[in-house]
Design a protein around this ligand. Sequence first.
Ligand code: ADP
Ligand code: ASP
Ligand code: MG
Length: 465
Amino acid sequence: MARIVMKFGGTSVADIERIRNVARHVRREVLAGHQVAVVVSAMAGQTNRLIEWVREAADKSAAAGAPAAGKKAAIKKKAAKTAPAPEAGRPAMAAAAGNTAASALFQPYDRQEYDAVVASGEQVTAGLLALVLQALGLDARSWAGWQLPIITNNAHGAARIVSMEAGALARSLERGQVAVIAGFQGVTEDGRTSTLGRGGSDTSAVAVAAAIKADRCDIYTDVDGIYTTDPRLEPKARRLSRIAFEEMLEMASLGAKVMQVRSVELAMVHKVRTVVRCSFDPPDSPEQGDFANPPGTLICDEEEILEQQVVTGIAFARDEAQISLRRLADRPGVSAAIFGPLAEAGVNVDMIVQNVSEDADRVDMTFTVPQVDLQKAVKVLQHHRKAIGYDVLQSEAELAKVSVIGIGMRSHAGVAATAFKALAAKGINIRAITTSEIKISILIDSAYTELAVRSLHGIYGLDKI
Ligand code: ADP
Ligand code: ASP
Ligand code: MG
């Protein structure tokens, strides 16, 4: 008898028929005698839909639009009675973002209510799966984040789990009940619903697995494991039977959305044996229930990987943008003046390159930000122009970051040179490079993403593993 956490992503629970298929995977494990906690995502597309509704509902210009005559006065009166003060609810987000002038410039909507809305998607799936499991004759009960509870900090929209009470959950598992947990959500210490950021159900699953000391955490998705690169882009991508935590962490952080970054961090810290596998595989075929050797990719310690490749995979992130500040004064504090306000506004800065400008006492600073944050970043920098003291601000969108990852790089020279040669042979211009012990990231024009990924995939022989 083992304790297993099974997580099912959005496409795996897209409709009732797929939820029935998921229930059959769960039944297989229950019939094998295991204690099972299931973590579910919202049905495919549902979170996006909910986010769109939040945007529409929070749109101030639409809210201020003239309603039909006659209705106007009544609406106004009602609003005055029921609506909170316009900025109420903001403090949590402002505090999370630093509550400075820069962050105050960009507060699109109340994050607490965003969480109240988007967390609902997972609750629907949890209830539906519990019902289907009951219809199959299994004892099952749904759990929302607050019912466990999973306690998070109050960074609404991207909250981090701070603790989890696993007692009630463990008792229900011991009674033989299947626990169906709504992923992606938790509750803050002051009792508000929170969510863990996009892809957060992976993190819920690993956190539950760590808390109940599960023997394994199975992440069921629409691919049958972790591939050498996204198989949607490179059909020659190969499935890896094992990948080291550190490599998976880099893959996830550098764009492979197959697992949320935080979930890999948690799995690494708590040594959770995590397997990525496919929910569309027939639930009752014998290999599916092979406990010692489940199908899919095992994420594990590097010592468990016998034949270590130099390069394990290629990740990519489209939608990057680049900002250059020209002719900055070359003095202490200039980087802080640039990146401090950007951090306070919640802009994630990535590759940073500083070079000497034509003027000896001046420098140019170039860095990347996610494309969605470009406008925000430019506004912040313009707002702080005096304090920073730059001459010209240039920006460019539609860039991509392609990364080569492998722990074997630690002990092999020449990996970067091979990448540069491969890209040069295809005429792809490199705009910036960053490296760490186990990865090389290269910034290029987005139009060349596919060509670059395929060339790198080929040059390191990843299609032949
Ligand atoms: P879920 O809804 O189950 O959470 P996601 O869409 O978040 O699923 O993640 C699965 C997707 O991740 C796959 O469909 C695949 O296109 C993508 N992906 C990106 N990089 C990789 C990779 N290296 N290996 C496998 N899948 C990858
Ligand atoms: N439903 C959430 C999202 O789409 C969480 C998840 O699927 O992991 O981001
Ligand atoms: Mg996901």
